[in-house]
Design a protein around this ligand. Structure first.
Ligand code: NAD
Length: 273
């Protein structure tokens, strides 16, 4: 008997990466999984391998999210688990990624060697309004919009589990990506407040704050990778399954006394969530 036998789950941004790993482990544990992503074909391709359904929606768009949940209710009779995983790093589509990574690597080396520091990451002054809004839109609006629609189903059920994907960047912070850290920190606030609100209905809301995990999102890290591995007590970047197993736990009855909590599989890179 699987740990999620008979459950129905929606995982956002699950065509690939952490979301796909979560969807795969959920399926193995007995859940029927609905895979969301921006691109319908990509969502269907991942869902098809799992015997689930693929649905397209941009989670930052409330109309798109409402339409996705209407479709979800046509496909399945209930919703037991929501994983808010869809996310962006902010490097997508940029043609200066190598330059950005080289600059961050230079600063990391200077700091590790005790200085002097001659590299400055002035990312904030170069952040456009559109970039800032998109980052908060996908992570914060997206998590909120999906929670809001999911609770319309979960509230009358008097049961449910929501898992929000934050990041170590939400608490630790790093130079170069203030919008991302801001968005991931906001997800932790949302998680705690919502956990209080829906606990009387037996709905649990928790967060996972992954460390550095090997996915398409972290593929551009290049020369920073050995530095990250070396500064991680367990000496490696994580694998998607390192996060998927935490999600299985939080979604399952094993976590029935867990709400408003943050679990951080990060290899020890940061030890105080
Ligand atoms: N990889 C890491 O090291 C790491 C660390 C901490 C947190 N995270 C978080 O984990 C989550 C998954 O990251 P990943 O590494 O698998 O990234 P990824 O880029 O491999 O996958 C992200 C998926 O989300 C989808 N997506 C993006 N914007 C969307 C939107 N508006 N609506 C619906 N889908 C959307 C993408 O199409 C993609 O399939 C993200 O929230 C990310 O911020 C990742």
């Amino acid at each position: 008997m699987g740990r999620l036998e008979g459950k129905t789950a929606l995982v956002t941004g699950a065509a690939r990466g952490l979301g796909a790993a979560i969807a795969r482990r959920f399926t193995e544990e007995g859940a029927m999984v609905i895979v969301n992503d921006l691109d319908l074909e990509a969502a269907r391709s991942t869902a098809g391998k799992l015997g689930g359904h693929g649905v397209a929606a941009d989670v930052s768009d409330p109309v798109s999210v409402a339409a996705m949940f209407a479709e979800l209710q046509r496909l399945v009779p209930r919703l037991d688990i929501l994983v808010n995983n869809a996310g962006i790093s902010g490097l997508e589509g940029r043609n200066d990624v190598d330059q950005i990574i080289a600059q961050r690597a230079k600063l990391a080396m200077e700091l590790a060697s005790g200085g002097p520091v001659t590299s400055f990451i002035d990312a904030t002054t170069q952040t456009t309004d559109a970039h800032w809004r998109r980052m908060l839109g996908v992570h914060v609006d997206g998590t909120f919009f999906c929670c809001r629609e999911a609770l319309k189903i979960m509230n009358p059920q008097m049961a449910g589990a929501i898992v929000n994907i934050s990041s170590v960047m939400g608490t630790f912070g790093r130079p170069g990506n203030v919008p991302y850290s801001t968005a991931k920190a906001a997800i932790l606030g949302l998680t705690r407040a919502l956990a209080h609100e829906v606990a009387p209905r037996n709905i649990r809301v928790n967060a996972i704050a992954p460390g550095w995990i090997d996915t398409d999102m972290t593929a551009p890290l290049g020369i920073l990778r050995p530095h990250i591995a070396a500064s991680t007590p367990l000496r490696r970047l994580g694998e998607p399954d390192d996060i998927a197993w935490a999600a299985v736990y939080l979604a399952s009855e094993e976590a029935r006394f867990m709400t408003g909590q943050v679990i951080s599989p990060n290899g020890g890179w940061y030890m105080s969530q």
